[in-house]
Design a protein around this ligand. Structure first.
Ligand code: BG6
Ligand code: MG
Length: 220
């Protein structure tokens, strides 16, 4: 199967907004007196806002109204933290890799579970490097369901087997596998070891070095 498109997660892949999500949850948790550590936050990568809160609550149930207030407060903090995000906040190698893909005639999409993704993309100045942008409002079932990536592939007009998903979250790699995509996991193997190819980051990544590995994979 040829490789014709790449679908990128945003938070933790193209920019380190994962850190701002952590700080916003931490501030909320501190205000509420809930225990919450950086390690707890690792399990929330790629997980939508509401589900993240439910995981932090560890089974404790709350009225819907309160859940809404808490998630809105977290998002207010998050928006405060990302106010200054600019092109300088792209992670090393991200812009170069996107540009290389486009120059090689491949298509590119964003597949982010964040409802704030379009704003972050604008602030990072990479909208013109993406053919399709999907976000937390695009589909009902979020990662680890494959729906968001399937929707991105459909809008790109490229079948999943010819797309590569780039993710930093275990839930995102699971979504890619479930949808029949090839996948690149960025980060430690304990987190993204289920990906077809595991890399520390996009820094120094070149398509010509990557392609033979991706093409050698059997289609899923
Ligand atoms: C994902 C992040 O990209 O988006 C998660 O990895 C986050 O941490 C999720 O919870 C939803 O984002 P938002 O901006 O809609 O709250
Ligand atoms: Mg991510």
């Amino acid at each position: 199967m040829p490789v014709r498109a790449f679908i990128f997660d945003l938070d933790g892949v193209l920019t380190d907004t994962a850190e701002y999500h952590y700080r916003a949850w931490k501030r909320l948790a501190d205000e509420e007196g809930w225990p919450f550590t950086r390690q707890d936050n690792e399990a929330l990568r790629g997980i939508p806002r509401r589900e993240s809160l439910l995981m932090i609550l560890k089974g404790q149930t709350l009225p819907e109204e309160r859940i809404l207030e808490l998630t809105e407060r977290k998002n207010r903090y998050y928006l405060e933290y990302i106010r200054e995000v600019s092109p300088g906040d792209l992670l090393p190698g991200a812009r170069e890799f996107l540009q290389e893909l486009r120059a090689a005639g491949l298509k590119t999409a964003l597949g982010s579970a964040s409802k704030n993704a379009p704003q972050v993309v604008q602030q990072l100045g990479i909208a013109e490097l993406l053919d399709v942008i999907t976000d937390g409002s695009s589909v009902a079932r979020q990662k680890p369901a494959p729906d968001l990536f399937l929707y991105a592939a459909e809008r790109l007009g490229v079948p999943p087997a010819e797309c590569v998903v780039v993710e930093d979250a275990a839930a995102g790699i699971a979504a890619a596998r479930a949808g029949g995509f090839r996948s690149i996991g960025l980060g430690p193997v304990e987190r993204v070891g289920a990906a077809d190819v595991v890399l520390p980051s996009l820094e120094g990544v070149r398509l010509e070095q990557l392609l033979p590995h991706l093409l050698a994979l059997e289609s899923r």
